[in-house]
Design a protein around this ligand. Sequence first.
Ligand code: KIV
Length: 255
Amino acid sequence: MKAEGEKITVLTAYDYPFARLMDDAGIDMILVGDSVGSVVSGYDNTLPVTMDEMIYHTRAVVRGTAGALVLADLPFLSYQVDLTEARRNAGRLVKEGGAQAVKLEGGENVAETIRSIVAMDIPVVGHIGLTPQSIHRMGGYRVQGKKEEQARQLIEDARAVQDAGAFALVLEGIPAGLAKEITAELDIPTIGIGAGIDCDGQVLVIHDILGLCEKYSPKFVKQYADISGTISQGISDYIREVKDGVFPDEDHSFK
Ligand code: KIV
């Protein structure tokens, strides 16, 4: 798709119904992101998400997917300690979760880990720039690569991830010009989130584009629907009808 200039579409999903809807709509790839911790579990960040939680959500997404490639995140502390743990946990996402590929955060510092997982025939996607698992080092969710030295390091990181055998690279929260340069430099496709128009594909969090997440909305999110309003209306109508003795009526009762 990169060679043919066809943009790659990616959205996150964490359950069966959303996976089915986006798969039916023709999405290319579904990411079972560790963002599940923020948008579904209500944590302040992605750090508490466990392997068992990722496997549970990945299984649900896989059951709702027929055509899209399902990619699952390796959560914090599942691949940083040593290669044996990293390989076992990548394998669990494939064996127990049913994922077709795994994603992990980092550049040169995780190149050996990527190489080791790829050697098990598990396809890997890299993720550099604003990497949410490094929130405490970054001092918050801040755009990365604005300074020249940082930008140079990100280019090195992108090369290292590609050389280690990753088949795609997520670029998150970096200046559009830098993302363009990295995309031109690499043979593998880049998938941008807050990284401008020149990436080979785009990914967004499903709860953000549907207006389901009111806690925090970054500048790069475009809201395509307001599902919160529809859900709140439906719930209010139900509560009112039960309180008023209107529901259940004859049509919704057995004779
Ligand atoms: O966890 C996630 O949803 C992600 C995307 C934001 C790229 O990693």
